[in-house]
Design a protein around this ligand. Structure first.
Ligand code: ZEM
Length: 289
């Protein structure tokens, strides 16, 4: 009968994606080109960081960062032709089986793992919005130059306001900021220039040790107002990074994480998982490694 035929045919289809396989593909991508790792983490963060807890809008849940409307937001400069493109072949390989929303967040934790970081618990089940109507207004991601243009110091109140809107407290804000151990600023994307640490493809607590122990001076150039280490000039900090030193309540956690890599790993893991689940519902905890 038809029913028998269908049933006997069933096992040759795969009905659910093997997330371990997807994560391995992402980690392979990062191992082949380590510079891609940090940009994948930035995509995961920006896909989630639009969340507003009051209105329960934004967040990673609907994969809206794939839409041109959201990629055009100022904070997302540089992501369209990089991380979003790099993940297209992986999305195509598991076509219909993994949502963009799940893929972008899984890419965050898989890239961190491939760069020597902790295994961050991840859940699957985000369902992509079919059109751009759920894209939130531009301006929900933090500004790097958070004071009046070129001002020094930048504004702790801005950083707090943005992250409090997502539901994060001071300790979580500082822990999440430790992601700037990874990657760099590109003049072609944000306009800023340079890496935060000498080990930008290794997950560690170097962001905090370098932030507090080096001497930061304004970079002498025509580009946006930023800092470089002096002497040296090979590393950088954004005005929003310096805020973590200037604000006493933030500085307390910079000191803690600079002195305790283990605690940083633990607190980052918890905060990053929370970040990636903002604006989601009904997810399933999923082994991915
Ligand atoms: Zn970032 N970030 N970020 N960030 N970020 C950049 C790069 C990266 C801010 C910011 O303006 C910038 C968090 C918080 C904040 C990463 C992860 C996380 C760049 C450079 C800028 C300008 C982009 C470029 O030019 O390519 C501000 C103002 C923040 C808060 C106040 C949080 C939280 C993150 C994750 C948890 C990562 C990994 C990068 C490196 C990207 C790359 O391509 O190398």
């Amino acid at each position: 009968s038809v029913a028998t035929a269908v049933i006997s045919f069933w096992p040759s289809f795969s009905w659910a994606v093997d997330y371990k396989e997807v994560a391995k593909d992402i980690e392979d991508l990062v191992r082949a080109d380590p510079d891609k790792g940090p940009t994948l983490v930035r995509l995961a963060w920006h896909s989630s960081g639009t969340y507003d807890k009051k209105s329960n809008t934004g967040g990673s849940g609907q994969g809206t960062i794939r839409f041109a409307e959201e990629l055009a937001h100022g904070g997302n400069a540089g992501l369209k032709d990089t991380a979003v493109q790099w993940l297209e072949p992986i999305h195509a390989k598991y076509d219909g089986l993994i949502s963009y929303a799940d893929l972008y967040t899984l890419a965050g934790v898989a890239a961190i793992h491939a760069m020597g970081g902790p295994v961050i618990p991840w859940s699957s089940g985000r369902v992509d919005a079919l059109d751009a109507s759920a894209v939130t207004p531009d301006g929900r991601l933090p500004n790097a130059d958070s004071g009046p243009k070129g001002s020094d110091p930048a504004d702790a109140a801005h950083v707090r306001a943005i992250f409090n809107r997502m539901g994060f407290n001071d300790q979580e804000i500082v822990a999440l900021s430790g992601a700037h151990a990874l990657g760099r600023c590109h003049t072609t994307a944000s306009g800023y220039d340079g890496p935060w640490t000498p080990t930008p493809t290794t997950f560690n607590n170097a962001y905090f040790t370098i932030l507090k122990n080096l001497n930061w001076v304004a970079k002498d150039w025509d580009g946006p107002y930023q800092y470089v280490n002096a002497p040296g000039g090979n590393l950088m900090m954004l005005p929003s990074d310096l805020v973590l030193l200037q604000d006493k309540k933030f500085k307390k956690y910079v000191d803690i994480y600079a002195g305790d890599a283990e605690k940083f790993n633990k607190d980052f893991t918890k905060a990053f998982q929370t970040l990636e689940e903002l604006g989601t519902s009904g997810l399933t905890p999923t082994a991915w490694v």
